[in-house]
Write a protein that binds this ligand. Structure first.
Ligand code: SF4
Length: 336
């Protein structure tokens, strides 16, 4: 099996100690960042740990295809105990951070413990640097990302940050990466916030080689992504809304109904009307990310994605697409 290479870096943000260990058996036995992260989190986090306490960990891990130019591979997984469910949870985000993450030479990075002050961590192939950032208390995700760039020279494609929601341990807070992509499930932003970690930044020059990648397969998948006529390329994940509505699977009016008469106002057609360019993740020719703009107000955001459209739109009986865009932008800004 093709698998990631590299080590596990474990960082205790309480003691500020970092240790590196081989995890070859785990890498050879579990598939992708989610498999590796879940195995490590399962083995290393005490079963009864408080999700918002120092014994919980967040394990970031990427799959082996970070060394390739294959589409669909710009993904990073984050795994830990969820403050929403108390169970083990893995969330996955796109964007551009998986590549610099892998450049550190680590296949997985574990963040554990609890800092006694608000800090940022810069993880490279030369070690871990801690930056006390008391002035970032309450900062939005954008302000935090700007700070990281000014302080370290590393742009948003190197970062994973929390906003006020994570700091305040909101149980559905997200970790935001690459500016507006989210590790959105399960409240892992609250876990990072509870550790008093405001940001992580990754960089290096030690991306491990991975054996067994077939260049022809990489090219074929890349070409298929580029030439695909999928409706997702036009309207992103919101493109499923028309189908979901037609078959009675679009949550509406807080799940009391399963189709929404005003779906055309907030679904694919609305995204297509408001998008102003294409967005993507590392090396992905599919490019399903769609920045949108409301010309009248100047409001810009990315997407929204299907679940945002459904949650703020049909399920709340809101047929105002710009209001959904604004909700999406606020969630990105505050880290939800
Ligand atoms: S651009 Fe879309 S298809 Fe490509 S990796 Fe990102 S989310 Fe996936």
């Amino acid at each position: 099996m093709i698998h990631a290479e590299g080590t596990l870096l474990s960082v205790d943000v309480g003691s500020r100690e970092a240790t590196t260990e081989a995890i070859d058996d785990v890498l050879a036995s579990f598939v992708g960042g989610r498999g590796v992260g879940t195995k490590l989190a399962h083995d290393r986090i005490p079963f009864d740990a408080d999700p918002l306490g120092p014994a919980n960990s967040l394990v970031f891990a990427a799959g082996p295809l970070q060394t390739s130019t294959m589409s669909y591979t710009g993904r990073l997984s984050c795994t830990g105990l969820s403050p929403l469910t108390d169970g083990l949870l893995s969330s996955n985000a796109g964007g551009f951070t998986s590549r610099p993450f892998y450049d550190t030479g680590h296949a997985a990075v574990e963040i554990t413990g609890e800092s006694d002050e608000l800090v940022g961590l810069v993880v490279t192939d030369e070690g871990v640097e801690f930056e006390p950032v008391p002035d970032l208390e309450g900062a939005t995700t954008g302000e935090t990302t700007d700070h990281v760039e000014a302080s370290t020279g590393l742009g948003e494609g190197h970062t994973a940050v929390v906003g006020p929601a994570g700091e305040n341990e909101v149980r559905f807070a997200a970790v935001i990466t690459s500016g507006s992509r989210a590790f959105g499930r399960g409240g892992l932003g609250a876990v990072l916030g509870a550790k008093n970690v405001k940001y992580l930044a990754f960089d290096g020059d030690s991306r491990p080689d991975v054996e067994g990648l077939d260049d022809e397969t990489v090219r074929e998948i890349h070409a298929e992504a580029a030439e695909s006529n999928s409706p997702m390329k036009d309207a992103g994940t919101v493109s499923v809304s028309d189908y979901a509505n037609a078959v009675g699977a679009l949550p509406t009016r807080y799940f009391r109904e399963l189709s929404y008469d005003e779906v055309d106002d907030i679904g694919s057609a609305a995204v297509i009307e408001h998008k102003y360019e294409k967005g993507t993740c590392s090396a992905c020719a599919f490019a399903c990310k769609l920045p949108t703009r409301d010309e009248e107000s100047g409001l810009e955001t990315e997407g929204p994605e299907y679940e945002t459209m459904m949650s703020f739109g049909s399920n709340a009986a809101v047929d105002d697409f710009v209001a959904i865009m604004r909700s999406n932008e606020l969630c990105d800004r505050y880290g939800l």
